[in-house]
Design a binder for this molecule. Structure first.
Ligand code: HEC
Length: 128
């Protein structure tokens, strides 16, 4: 019975949460984002305003704002940026090769939920 319920739960979330990820998965990704130190550059709220942010040109990505992605905001591009890093001008996004792929996916789930929440907000603003 427990199994059946968790299957139902899973199905429910895979349908309703297909784009934004489930709240639990997003929260897990957020914790990994914090524990790997992404926040030092990208900010506690992933707004691109971490304590080291000013050192970099171009600055760390604001994950809510698609305009600040220079290397692609889709899943594969983000995975590439995280695993291999980026070196551009005086900007360094370190490579996180040591992070297991499953955890990279969880972090991306979190970051893409921010993209999704931002686009929902933009649509809401347009309607006004
Ligand atoms: C030392 C500072 C620093 C740390 C730590 C850091 N980043 Fe970055 N990151 C950057 C900078 C700077 C850029 C922008 C590079 C550019 O635009 O050329 C960037 C870009 C990115 C991009 C590419 C976005 C785009 O421009 O398309 C992703 C994805 C990303 N970071 C994820 C992460 C994740 C996840 C972590 C933690 C595991 C992390 N970063 C840790 C500095 C950092």
């Amino acid at each position: 019975m427990v199994r059946f319920l968790s299957l139902l739960f899973f199905l429910f979330w895979s349908i309703t949460g297909a784009v934004a990820g489930t709240p639990a998965a997003v929260e897990k990704g957020r914790q990994l984002y914090l524990s790997y130190g992404c926040a030092l550059c990208h900010g506690w709220d992933a707004r691109g305003d971490g304590i080291n942010a000013q050192k970099f040109v171009p600055p760390p990505t604001d994950f809510y704002d698609l305009k600040t992605y220079h290397h692609g905001s889709d899943w594969d591009s983000m995975r590439r940026s995280i695993e291999y890093g980026i070196k551009e001008d005086s900007s360094i996004m370190p490579a996180f090769e040591h992070v297991p792929p499953k955890q990279v996916n969880q972090i991306i789930t979190y970051l893409q939920s921010l993209q999704a929440s931002a686009s929902v907000r933009h649509e809401g603003q347009k309607k006004k």
